[in-house]
Ligand binder design. Structure first.
Ligand code: ADP
Ligand code: MG
Length: 257
């Protein structure tokens, strides 16, 4: 089966800093895969190259077998790569449903001809997506008054409006309370299962990472140092070494013990 995403020998230098160095991996259809590592490991640099924000110094990125290395973000989005949780992409003055409808209209590339009637277009589809993220009861509320966790779920619905094959989520739960983090990752995991979409995400909370990922990759100083299941990554001596200083990898587990 062709990988949804294949990364080969990806490199990005900033002056003398090798932010990402010879990173290679694949994401299979329907896979929920985590990229973890300490601050400054190169996770965001990696994501930004996959999404077209940054051009690689070297290496290749393939989407469904097609070389997309160095293509601009808009083109990569059109090819079915969704991203969530960057700067809030919602229009505050519109309702929850209208924001999703705008995303659907944009996906169907009819933006300019139908804008004045946007409130009726794709209403049903928008409500379906809001149902998926558990927000349908808030469809007609203004975005300006949404709670933070609800805004994050709306952003996920907006990303899904593009029918992505791959979702890239760089720290999707940043700024969320622990309960909300677990809920959002559970929701993401359900979406992966129900829609067959692939997800690559970063996340600080190791409980969340270990509970939901099919496969985990560990980045340190720009290089992948380990990968595998939660159990394999936990048991890896190099991973333990990297995380000992920060103490984040096992802190939550130890707390339960
Ligand atoms: P992470 O997301 O894992 O915390 P980053 O990808 O943000 O790590 O950063 C990796 C390294 O690259 C860090 O040393 C960071 O300082 C450096 N870096 C990231 N972006 C830039 C940039 N635009 N210019 C210079 N250095 C950068
Ligand atoms: Mg980062």
């Amino acid at each position: 089966m062709t990988a949804v995403l294949r990364v080969e020998n990806l490199v990005r230098h900033f002056g003398g800093v090798k932010a990402v160095n010879n990173v290679g991996f694949e994401v299979a259809p329907g896979e929920l895969r985590a990229l973890i590592g300490p601050n400054g490991a190169g996770k965001s640099t990696c994501f930004n190259m996959l999404m077209g924000q940054l051009k690689p110094t070297a290496g290749k990125v393939f989407l469904n077998g097609e070389d997309i290395t160095g293509r601009p973000p808009r083109e990569i989005w059109r090819l079915g790569v969704g991203r969530t949780f960057q700067i809030t992409g919602t229009y505050q003055s519109m309702t929850v449903a209208e924001n999703v409808q705008m995303a659907l209209i944009s996906h169907h590339r009819k933006l300019f001809s139908v804008l004045p009637r946007a409130h009726r277009l794709y209403r049903e589809e928008a409500l379906d997506l809001l149902e998926t993220v558990g927000m349908v009861d808030q469809a007609d509320r203004a975005c300006a008054i949404l709670a933070y966790g609800d805004l994050k779920r709306l952003e996920l619905a907006i990303a899904l409006a593009n029918s992505p094959r791959l979702l890239l989520m760089d720290e999707p739960t940043a700024g969320m309370a622990p309960r909300e983090r677990i809920n959002l990752m559970q929701l993401t995991s359900d979406i992966v299962r129900d829609r067959g979409v692939s997800v690559l995400f970063t996340e600080h909370d190791m409980d969340v990472v270990f509970a939901h990922s099919h496969h985990i990759m560990v980045l340190n100083r720009g290089e992948l140092i380990a990968e595998g299941s939660a159990a394999e990554v936990r048991a890896d001596a190099r991973v333990q070494e990297v995380y000992l200083g920060g103490g984040t990898l096992f802190a939550a587990e130890d707390a339960h013990a």
